[in-house]
Every structure is written in C-alpha cells, then in structure tokens.
Design a protein around this ligand. Structure first.
Ligand code: C2E
Ligand code: CA
Ligand code: CA
Length: 559
C-alpha cells in the first residue's frame, strides 16, 4: 500500500469494545488501551447507540456475537444497511469456526478467537483493519470527483504516469474540454441545474471510454481532461459521443464547447505540461464564438516560447537599454515646402538574440500583461530627455508625441509620472504630446475621458490616433477631449485608387474642420497621396514618403 504514510499520524484512534462479560471487556482494554482510546458496550443495543453518536469517531469495533437484547449477528446486519456505519470496520470475537464464516459473510473484516490469542497478534489484526479502512477512504475521497464520478485531477495524472509505462505502443491524444459561458447557466438556472449538466457530461464521457482506451477527469468547475488513444477524426468522435448527446439533452441551453487538443503526445513528454498546452489551445477559443476545436501545434508552441522569453527578458532589456526610441518626423504642409513641426516616438527592441523586434510584435503582448507600463515609462523618459537636449543643442523646441496605451490610462500614477518627466527635464507641457487610439476612447469612455480631460486641463495636447477605426459617432467625437485627429493609415493607403477610402478621408477632414482641430495623415507613402492630401486641406503629414522613423542621431541631422 502506498501513499498512506501521511495518514498514519499521531492521532489516538478510538475502539469500541462490545461484550456482555466484564472480564472480556477488561482483558481487551488491557491489551489495547496503550495505543487506543476505548469505549465499552454490554450489548448490541448499547453498541449501536454509541456507533450512532456522532460525538465519537469510532475507528474500529470489537464485537462479541453472543449477547442479550441485540446479538452480534444482528448488529452486523443493521450496520451493513447503514451508509455511515458500514464504513466502520468490525472484528468479531468468537470461539466457533462456523460463526467466523457467517460473520465474515455479514461484513466483518476479521475475527479474534476466544480465548484471546497473544496480545501482539490481536494488536496487529486491529491495526491492519484500521489501516485498510483508512486507506480505502483516502483513495475514495481523492480518486473520484463526487459530482461526476470521474477521476480527480491528481489521480488522473498519477494514473496516466503509471498507464504510460505499459501503453507506450499506443498513440495518445490529450484533450481539454470546457463549456462556453457555463457560469451563466449556473447564474441563470441555479447551481443544481449546472451540476446536472456536468454529471450528464461525466456520464457521456464514461460511455465514450467504453469504446476507446483512455481515462478522463474533471479538474474543476466545467473543465474536463481526456487522455485517449489517437483518433484521426477526433472531432467526429467527440461530436458523436459527447457534444451531440449533451446539446440535445439540454437543447434549451444552446450549449457549446471549447476543446483544446494536443495530438500524438510524445511518450517522453511531461504529461502535466502536455495538458497545459492543450489548455492553452482551448483558451485561445475564449474570444472565438464560432469554433469549438483548437489544436496545439509546433508553431503555437514556438510562438509561446518566444513570447515567454520576451516577457522574462523585459527587466534585463530595460536595464541593458535594449529598447531604442525612434523618431518619425511630422511635417506641416501648408506652405510651399513641408516644414518639420514635431515627431512621434516609436519604440524598437534591439534584442541580443532576435535582432530588431517591431513594436507590432511585443506591444500587444505586453498590453496583455501590463508590462507595457514599464516600457512606456522608459520611452517617455527618453523622449523627455531628448526634447530637453534638442532645446539646448538647437535652441529649438521639437514637440514629440508619445503613444499612451489604454492600460497606461488606468494607472493612477499616470499624471504624476508625466508631470515628473516635464519637471525633471524642465520642458513645456505642450511639447510632450499624447497619442491615444480612438478605440481606447470608445472601449470604456467614461474613465478614459475623465482622465484625458484632466490631462488636457493640465496643459497636455492630445492626439486621437488611428482615427476612423474606432467607430465613434460624430456626436461622440464632438464631445471628446482632443486637440488633433490622426487619420488612420488604412484610409490613406488606398485613397488614390479606392473611391470609398477617398470619401472617408474627406469625411474625416470635414469632421476635423467642424471640430476646429488640426488633422494629421499618417502612413503617407507616395507623392500622389501627399499632393492629394495637401489639396484637400490636410495640415500635417507623417509617413515614409517624407521620412521613416529614425534613430535619434539621424533625426537630429534633419532638425
Ligand atoms: P501607431 O501608433 O499607429 O504608429 C504608426 C506606425 O506606422 C508605426 O509602426 C510606424 O513606423 C508606421 N508607419 C509610419 N509611416 C508609415 C508609412 O508610410 N507606411 C507604413 N506602412 N507604415 C508607416 P511601428 O513603429 O511598427 O509601431 C506599431 C505600433 O506599435 C504603433 O502604431 C503603436 O500602436 C505601437 N507603438 C509603437 N511604439 C510604442 C510605444 O512606445 N508605446 C506604445 N504603447 N505603443 C507603441
Ligand atoms: Ca501612434
Ligand atoms: Ca496610428
């Protein structure tokens, strides 16, 4: 027996000694009371009363057979009918061989012959009976999930590890299965109804494994792990044996599943890691309302590892100054020639291993986990320093806009961080401009608008980035705190050959005129676009046509 050592602690267990003869009670007490607490009963009736008394936790009963009122056989019969009592092991005390057989048939776990055998034999029998019972209890409670009767996660993994040793010749798939919007079923229909759904799924999964080699568990809530022989057509198998029966049975719930699959698990893989991967594939379906299946593959694996490396390396990268701030000039275009008026700060990561990484790769990743705040703060500080340096070197203020993520806006320290940069570098508030995307405004307008209004009140100029992509209505835009609109580059890209996009640029320009704010066109790549925008009355241009984002020394050359 393994794994029960933790159970044999120092608790003194209680034994109930049932015998109508005083001398027997005393003899047994004398043998066991060093190691156990003892309780006594003189007949079956008294014994049952004590066993039913929940104040006592009786670990074992020593039961005489011949007794007045209720005899030992009758006690065994009654105990066997009772769910709670039948868990208490009973050893009968007898002198007749025939009685021994009958009592074992009636559920006794062992017998001790009268006259009593050597004390150490009796103690050994008692100990063995208690150990066995407790071991069975431990197994029952940890092995099976009460609701579905499936394995628990702990035993699931333990069994797979054992199972694999014998089954290395079969290809296995790891599957993680989860119900979409399950919490809503609990909330709307109540937990009991939710439980009903889960136990039905448990039943169907058990049936599935009547057909296929493998095992299954419920990990927590509405998540199930399946480990079973590889199916070329796993989607059909799951559909037929699980999804369809469940969906049909609860047809008014419109259930749907999220299923992550790791196919052909390598024999030497760590099984818990494999399920983490399947779970990852499953979670990718969270924002996907259409599909039910997602596969973990090498590409996903490599991407994950890449992302993980980036995340873990951020602090060191900041320390080693691997993040470089580039500056892309913005030009005023009203006059004969474009005139440099400001710049946008764009971060790049010069990674020692991966080379130059574009912000399009790491910014979305760091927005997910909040690391963006660290990077942005670093970039903003660099920008503050540069604005000061250029004031000193060129006797000129070049305003620079920084990108402010939605997550930055929720930072309660945002204002003090920005003001710190302004004060430390002794620069004008209006020279550090803030770019905030239109979608940030529309995602949670109230908090964001409050914060931005406040920053503008302090003196910061705010540009609405990617304008035209965030679905804000004209009515809404006219109430937003902004100083400059920045037309999204997607419209500029096709404005010369797509009537619709041209129309859109026109509308966006009209809006800015109506709001009396300046307008920037970004992503201008050709002379054609430039000329057209100039003609249409656009104020400022940013794009490869005039200049790419430049490292600071190159930018300084054009100031
Ligand atoms: P964005 O704010 O819309 O920045 C403009 C992007 O367009 C930049 O890409 C810029 O290099 C690129 N671009 C400029 N002119 C042209 C052009 O003529 N044609 C084309 N095709 N592209 C042009 P980049 O530098 O790769 O940055 C991508 C995005 O990453 C940015 O989009 C911004 O959302 C984000 N980002 C960049 N730096 C930072 C930063 O320091 N903090 C934060 N929070 N986000 C940043
Ligand atoms: Ca921007
Ligand atoms: Ca933009």
């Amino acid at each position: 027996m393994k794994n029960i050592s933790h159970y044999k602690d120092n608790i003194k267990r209680t034994i109930l000694i049932v015998d109508d003869e005083y001398i027997n009670r005393a003899l047994l007490d004398n043998i066991v009371n060093q190691e156990y607490n003892t309780l006594f009963a003189e007949d079956g009736e008294e014994a049952l009363k004590l066993m039913n008394d929940t104040n006592y936790h009786i670990s074992l009963v020593l039961l005489d057979l011949m007794m007045p009122k209720i005899n030992g056989f009758e006690v065994l019969d009654i105990v066997r009918q009772d769910e709670r009592l039948k868990k208490v092991p009973i050893i009968v005390l007898t002198s007749e061989l025939s009685a021994e057989v009958t009592s074992l048939q009636k559920g006794a776990v062992d017998f001790i012959s009268k006259p009593f055998e050597a004390p150490d034999v009796i103690l050994a029998r008692i100990k063995k009976a208690i150990d066995l019972e407790e071991y069975v209890e431990v197994i029952k409670n940890t092995e099976r999930d009460h609701l579905t009767g499936l394995f628990t996660k702990h035993y699931f993994f333990e069994y797979i590890n054992e199972y694999e040793e014998y089954k290395t010749s079969i290809n296995m798939d790891a599957v993680v299965l989860n119900i979409k919007r399950f919490h809503l079923i609990n909330e709307i229909r109540g937990h009991l109804y939710g439980d009903l759904v889960l136990s039905f799924i448990g039943k169907k999964l058990k049936e599935l494994f009547d057909y296929y080699e493998g095992i299954v568990c419920r990990t927590d809530g509405d998540t199930f792990y399946l480990f079973f022989e590889h199916q070329d057509d796993i989607e059909n198998t799951l559909d037929k044996y699980l999804i369809k029966p469940v969906v049909d049975k609860f047809h008014d719930l419109y259930l749907s599943f999220r299923i992550g699959i790791y196919q052909n698990v390598p024999v030497d893989a760590n099984i818990e890691d494999v399920f983490e991967c399947a779970l990852h594939a499953c979670n990718l379906l969270r924002k996907n309302y259409k599909d039910s299946f997602s596969y973990y593959d090498v590409e996903m694996h490599n991407k994950e590892i890449f992302n993980e490396r980036l995340i873990n390396h951020v602090d060191k990268a900041l320390e080693d100054k691997e993040f470089k701030v580039f500056f892309q000039p913005k030009y005023e275009i009203h006059g004969e020639k474009p005139v440099l008026c400001s710049a946008e700060a764009l971060v790049r990561w010069v990674h020692p291993e991966y080379g130059m990484i574009s912000p399009g790769v790491f910014i979305p990743l760091f927005e997910e986990n909040g690391l963006i705040q660290k990077i942005d703060y670093y970039v903003w500080n660099e920008v503050g320093r540069k604005i000061r340096e250029w004031m000193d070197r060129f006797n000129k203020v070049i305003p620079v806009s920084i990108n402010v993520s939605r997550i930055d806006i929720y930072d309660p320290l945002l204002e003090s961080k920005l003001m710190g940069i302004i004060e430390r570098n002794k620069i004008d508030i209006s020279s550090l401009m803030l770019e905030i995307t239109e979608s940030a405004y529309t995602s949670d307008s109230k908090t964001i608008i409050e914060t931005i209004t406040n920053l503008r009140y302090k003196g910061f100029l705010v540009e609405m980035d990617d304008f035209g992509t965030g679905y804000s209505s004209l009515n809404m835009v006219s109430n937003l705190p902004i100083d400059i609109l920045k037309i999204d580059m997607s419209f500029i890209k096709n404005m010369c050959n797509n009537e619709k996009d041209l129309k859109m640029v026109e509308i966006l320009l009209n809006i800015s005129e109506f709001l009396k704010v300046k307008v920037i066109a970004e992503g201008v790549e050709t002379k054609e676009q430039y000329d057209l925008l100039k003609e249409m009355g656009c104020d400022i241009i940013q794009g490869y046509y005039l200049s790419r984002p430049l490292p600071s020394d190159q930018f300084e050359a054009i100031i």
